[in-house]
Design a protein around this ligand. Structure first.
Ligand code: NAD
Length: 228
């Protein structure tokens, strides 16, 4: 059984990582345009670095929850028949036991050289970091900002077109292209399922939707899928 799982900020919410679209429409008190666009970084790199440095530091205080762990179990059962795609930039899937995670919006624990495109694993603050050892270029957070092209789209499109089950977990259905994967999967004949706290903006595109906390819904769905 070939399965594609798409996750968003909602799967990490119960681990204590705030989601993106809270009632105030801000991300951790910031307007998206001020911290998550290439224009913001060009205008005010210090503010953008401080924002991502704080998000990276906060990872030390959180841990994966049963939803991340259930997807680790699913990977161990399905192997290459599972593609786990996340919009999250945290590392809770990896810490929850998933070895192969496609981070389509990049990763907090990585630096990208704006000059040569080299990627380096990164732990501490990036503000005031030395330039790229290879080319002398400036380092930036290795995250995909609004207006930039998500990573791994060829692999995602192939997997979505070829899957039998497409499951979306904890994502608002507001950020494209991820929000469009469900329609693509359905057009190629996949069974589509949404697991989200409340109906997402895209809920009508799914054949089935279950609403509640990911820590409850995801382990139950994985048990069901694996016939446990
Ligand atoms: P979003 O914040 O727009 O939407 C989160 C969704 O999760 C909402 O529909 C909400 O109802 C649902 N949700 C909240 N708590 C839940 C729970 N306990 N169980 C199940 N569902 C729950 O997130 P998005 O759609 O992923 O888009 C946000 C963008 O911001 C992404 O591109 C991502 O890169 C970035 N982001 C990442 C993180 C992270 O890495 N953890 C956190 C915030 C934002």
């Amino acid at each position: 059984m070939r399965v594609v799982v798409l996750t968003g900020a909602g799967i990490s919410a119960e681990s204590g990582v705030p989601t993106f679209r809270d009632a105030d429409g801000l991300w951790e008190g910031h307007r998206v345009e001020d911290v998550a666009t290439p224009e913001a970084f060009a205008r005010d790199p210090e503010t953008v670095h401080r924002f991502y440095d704080a998000r990276r530091a906060a990872l030390a205080a959180v841990a994966p929850n049963p939803a991340h762990e259930a997807l680790g179990r699913l990977e161990r059962a399905l192997g290459d028949d599972l593609l786990l795609v996340t919009q999250n930039i945290d590392d809770l899937h990896e810490r929850g036991g998933s070895a192969d995670v496609l981070h389509m919006h990049g990763r907090l624990r990585s630096a990208l050289c704006a000059g040569c495109g080299a990627r380096t694993g990164w732990e501490g603050p990036m503000l005031d970091a030395a330039p790229c050892a290879d080319c002398g270029g400036d380092l930036r957070p290795d995250v995909v900002w609004f207006g930039e092209v998500p990573l791994g789209m060829d692999r995602i499109q192939r997997a979505v077109a070829g899957c039998e089950v497409f499951c979306s977990i904890g994502t608002s259905g507001a950020v494209y292209p991820a929000a469009g994967f469900v329609q693509y999967a359905a057009a190629y004949g996949a069974r589509t399922l949404e697991l989200n706290l409340v109906p997402s903006e895209g809920t009508a595109h799914f054949a089935e939707a279950r609403h509640g906390p990911a820590s409850v819904l995801v382990p139950a769905w994985v048990d069901e899928l694996l016939g446990d």
